[in-house]
Ligand binder design. Structure first.
Ligand SMILES: [Zn+2]
Length: 432
């Protein structure tokens, strides 16, 4: 089969590598492909050993241990690999190669998983052409795709002259402080890069050119808590439970058909009073014959573009500003991750990826609509650089005890990554 593909490959490769002869390019690709195939067993062993280290976001020593594996591996390839501290978390591992070489590429993964130390899901289990385990896909498989793509480039003497930044974040699954804490380095590297690539899981036959952004909100409705016999009267009004219900119901009507914009109240607490243990941990106290003095809800807002977020905030403020009699409401927003919008640059990057995917037999790849994907760390850099996500492995059961990697996708993802990095690194290649 491989031989039949050579003329097609050669023709396609000519577009990417004008400085090398077709024979040289085909040769390099064959060498990389062979390297990846012959190291597939080693990659699966590496996956097993890092999956068997629990690295739930709050297990700082576990996340560090997984990071140390990558720090040693990237150092052995000639990268400068170092930790950047982050409060209450393990920190983020940055590995840089040829920082002054130009045409830099930022690659993003994460070391932590959603599975805490106490989770029953702790071990890697091989199951034919699949494997189960916490983080096999999200994101330990994806991180190894980056590492083995770099190994394949190094093995074929193609790493030389490139500029690569690898960011393995220690707290993507429960980040702290958003862009204000921990993400400045990511943004600093993005600003120096020609493209940023994300290694969260692949979606079959799709290219992640867009991911929705994420903002959280807290809605507080208040009124005087008083005997319920007077509710609906001019003196007492409606109480904060009806006011909170009004706001949420108008949100539902206003946003339930908004082209990828969603508003979800995820938690609601209230009563005659609310006792705050911390800003986000509180309990309501109340009786059926006392009007509600305070009701608090917390939720999220997901959006395709920053303009969509801005409009939604204005509408929500407006809705909040017309309270029921003798009540009031206020809403506070915390912007967590900006939208990775489907820009023309992201589409151009996707087109290059689709050409490369076709070379490994993946035809008819189409761009994914942002509404099909939540936010990831790549969102933080999307305002600064062309981005393409979902370059990790294929799998199922993400964020559940069924998390499973499709092992056939593992070497393919490595080869596509190595080829994409080669293509983007060319001086002659501009992303438009
Ligand atoms: Zn993830």
């Amino acid at each position: 089969m491989r031989n039949k593909c050579v003329p097609f490959l050669a023709a396609t490769l000519l577009l990417f590598y004008p400085l090398l002869s077709i024979a040289q390019q085909t040769n390099k690709q064959t060498q990389m492909s062979e390297f990846i195939q012959s190291n597939k067993g080693q990659a699966i062993n590496d996956l097993k050993s890092i999956v068997n280290i629990n690295s739930g976001t709050f297990n700082v020593s576990g996340v560090k241990k997984v990071g140390e594996f990558f720090r040693k591996e990237f150092t052995a390839l000639g990268f400068k690999s170092y930790w950047v501290k982050s409060p209450k978390r393990a920190g983020n591992l940055f590995s840089t190669y040829g920082e002054n070489n130009g045409n830099c590429i930022l690659m993003i993964g994460h070391l932590d998983t959603v599975f805490a130390k106490e989770s029953p899901f702790q071990k890697f289990v091989l199951d034919g052409d699949k494997a189960h385990g916490p983080g096999v896909v999200d994101n330990k498989g994806g991180n190894l795709v980056i590492l083995y793509a770099m190994k394949a480039l190094a093995h074929t003497n193609q790493l030389k002259g490139k500029c690569i930044f690898v960011a393995l974040m220690g707290d993507e699954e429960n980040s702290i402080g958003g862009a204000k804490l921990g993400r400045q380095n990511l943004i600093k590297f993005a600003k120096k890069s020609k493209a940023a690539l994300g290694f969260e899981w692949q979606i079959a036959n799709k290219g992640t050119i867009a991911r929705r952004g994420y903002t959280s909100w807290k809605l507080t409705s208040s009124a005087t808590a008083i005997h319920s016999s007077k509710i609906f009267s001019k003196e007492v009004g409606f109480g904060s439970a009806y006011e909170q219900a009004r706001v949420l119901n108008v949100f539902r009507k206003a946003f339930s058909d908004s082209n990828g914009l969603t508003v979800n109240p995820g938690k609601i607490v209230g009563g005659s009073s609310v006792k705050f243990k911390t800003e986000n941990d509180y309990e309501g106290y109340g009786k059926d014959n006392i009007t509600a003095g305070i009701v608090v809800s917390e939720g999220d807002l997901r959006f395709k573009t920053q303009a969509q977020l801005k409009n939604a905030k204005v509408m929500m403020e407006k809705i909040v500003a017309t309270p029921l009699l003798k009540t009031k409401s206020k809403i506070e927003f915390v912007d967590e991750k900006p939208a990775m919008a489907a820009t023309p640059e992201n589409k151009a990057l996707f087109n290059k990826y689709a050409e490369i995917a076709a070379q490994v037999g993946e035809h008819h790849i189409t761009p994914l609509d942002a509404s099909k994907r939540g936010a990831a760390d790549i969102n933080h850099v999307a305002p600064f650089v062309p981005t393409l996500g979902g370059l990790g492995v294929l799998g199922t059961g993400l964020h559940s005890v069924q998390e499973t990697i499709d092992l056939a996708s593992f070497p393919k993802a490595m080869l596509k990554t190595a080829l994409l990095v080669n293509a983007i690194s060319m001086d002659s290649y501009t992303i438009k």
